[in-house]
Design a protein around this ligand. Structure first.
Ligand SMILES: Nc1ncnc2c1ncn2[C@@H]1O[C@H](COP(=O)(O)OP(=O)(O)O)[C@@H](O)[C@H]1O
Ligand SMILES: [Mg+2]
Length: 225
């Protein structure tokens, strides 16, 4: 079976695209899948993340830099589909870059990490439009908003969470909370799994997100949700 392809998109820098890409890659690899992260951001954060990993605990997925392919990212990604189970495309933070459009053309699922704040929500309108446009061509494209850096007990987060269901992109049920371990994982080139029981809450929320993603990617007739 060709690889299932996830595009992690949002024009806002700092919304958590690379964090979600790398942690999902870690969780999928933990389930014995062959995973490729496509670093489609010229800043090369995903590439640097994996390169930082210690030799004894190498990053569990391959990472390839394809930002130079620009509007042809989908063509370059196609070359890898028979060699992996999952391909995760970590996109650059620019809606006017041709890369997110190109990645979405070939994706089965668009994940849009979003920090629950008004500014971040307004900024996500652009990517919603891009997803809508690409959906006219890639009719099977599914999409989910993934709340990141969530602090669920704050009033602001609760207010935003109440209005997000009407945003126009379906909301994933799993949230990723604001946790120090996500920053530490980036510093050491690791995934939350490398932190063991110290990171058990983070591991369980990444696992929940992964389970949800896997359920979405299953053929429609076997979808359980
Ligand atoms: N859930 C989280 N909790 C704490 N810090 C986070 C979380 N998600 C992302 N970060 C931090 O926020 C910053 C931006 O995240 P990053 O994944 O690089 O965003 P993007 O790729 O969208 O620009 C990084 O310093 C990252 O470590
Ligand atoms: Mg990034």
């Amino acid at each position: 079976m060709p690889a299932k392809i996830l595009a992690v998109v949002n024009q806002k820098g700092g919304s958590g695209k690379t964090t979600i890409s790398m942690q999902l890659a870690g969780a999928l690899a933990h389930l014995q899948n062959k995973v490729l992260v496509v670093d489609a951001d010229p800043q090369g954060t995903a590439t640097r993340w994996a390169a930082t990993a210690a030799d004894v605990t190498p990053f569990p997925a391959s990472v390839v830099g394809l930002s130079a392919a620009s509007s042809k990212v989908h063509r370059e990604v196609k070359k890898f589909v028979d060699d992996y189970d999952y391909i995760i495309i970590d996109c650059p933070p620019a809606a006017d870059s041709p890369v997110p459009q190109s990645a979405l053309l070939i994706a089965d699922l668009a994940l849009v990490p979003l920090i629950p704040s008004p500014l971040d929500m307004w900024a996500a309108v652009g990517i919603r439009q891009v997803i809508e446009q690409v959906s006219a061509v890639n009719e099977d494209l599914q999409s989910r908003l993934v709340i990141n850096q969530c602090q669920p007990h704050t009033t602001l987060a609760q207010e935003i969470l109440e209005i997000l269901p009407s945003f126009g992109i379906e909301l994933a049920r799993s949230y990723v909370r604001q946790r120090q371990v996500y920053r530490q994982a980036a510093v050491f080139g690791q995934t939350v799994y490398d932190f063991g029981s110290k990171a058990k809450e983070a591991i369980s929320e990444i696992q929940a997100l992964t389970d949800e993603v896997l359920a979405i990617l299953r053929p429609h007739n076997s979808q359980e949700f």
